[in-house]
Design a binder for this molecule. Sequence first.
Ligand SMILES: CC(=O)N[C@H]1[C@@H](OP(=O)(O)OP(=O)(O)OC[C@H]2O[C@@H](n3ccc(=O)[nH]c3=O)[C@H](O)[C@@H]2O)O[C@H](CO)[C@@H](O)[C@@H]1O
Length: 370
Amino acid sequence: MRVLIAGGGTGGHIMPALAIADALQKQYQAELLFVGTPRGLESKLVPQAGHKLELIKVGQLKNVSLVTRLRTMLDLPMSVLHCRSLLKQFRPDVVIGVGGYASGPGMVAAILARIPTLAVEPNAFPGLANRLVGKHVSAAAVNFEPALKYFRNAQVTGIPVRAEFFQLQRRPENGLPHLLIFGGSQGARVLNRTMPQVVARLLEAVPGLTILHQAGARHAEETQAAYAASGADPSRWQVHAFLDDMARRFEAADLVLSRSGASTVAEEMAAGKPALLVPFPGAADDHQRKNAEVMAGAGAATLLLESEMTPDRLLESLTAMLGNRAELKAMGERARTLAHPDAASRIAAMACEVLGPGLKAQGSVPPIAR
Ligand SMILES: CC(=O)N[C@H]1[C@@H](OP(=O)(O)OP(=O)(O)OC[C@H]2O[C@@H](n3ccc(=O)[nH]c3=O)[C@H](O)[C@@H]2O)O[C@H](CO)[C@@H](O)[C@@H]1O
């Protein structure tokens, strides 16, 4: 079967797309083509993973000036036409839209050409592209239940997370507490600025606590300096620019303080880690807040809005959470029940399900577990 995967932008879109591609190749020997934009992370990550990538021009619509929005609107028919010619050349049996810039034109072109489509939505509130095509797709795979209503034939499959997040050792009952702080791939300025103001008091309030803080490449130096100037015992905290071995870092943590990007939250669920979530308020349509609400609603995380996050409120929340190990453990277990270890294979199976019966008969397509 031939599958075209459209979309990208940030790691949050492209990482799940690559995992789905992997499952499609392994389970169904699928032939793949990615369609993305030159400014998205896909232009680096997709060729690196050994896949073919076609680039189209698509502008931004969210959180940009009116002029940029108008230009994007004017460019859109051209992007759809470009996708249409790619569809003619590649002749996919199904088009998967993973959200992000190239997803909208790719899916619109497929729907107009009556090619089966599968939308993948990582966030609790879908992005603009997926909201526009949601009711016209053949089926949709979503990460969170609140997103179901925006699509036709939608199922909660979760989004793929690296396998090692599911295989972590449980924390020892009586070990010294450890806090992991990270703000997504670029770090979170508000965490970088607020933590140094409270770290000395936090370490005093929670005996034995150690902290690992990922600050992002651009802010690591100043965050490190602010921690150093805080007077906190330097043997009990570390600041890093980026963490390559995130699963191991999760394993060592009793609590994670983070943003609530879709993959971040999915990894916390997979790892069974309780979290204090501070959604990025600038995320399109405030979707990080909705992602966080799903985890908090299940009793697996505490939600702290950036607008309400004074240093004292942050200190209070961290001290209260770290001071109650039994509750942290229970929250972690609740997080684990929300995880979806079979997300990639279920999404690959859904891609097969939306094909016509003739094509389905060519591959061994397992029924979708409901
Ligand atoms: C600012 C913004 O709009 N971000 C969006 C973007 O998230 P973005 O791609 O930034 O964030 P996600 O939380 O989805 O993923 C971050 C990924 O980076 C990894 N990581 C991070 C730091 C580090 O040091 N090492 C490391 O490996 C994490 O383990 C995770 O796998 O796409 C997501 C999926 O649509 C959205 O939910 C987010 O709201």
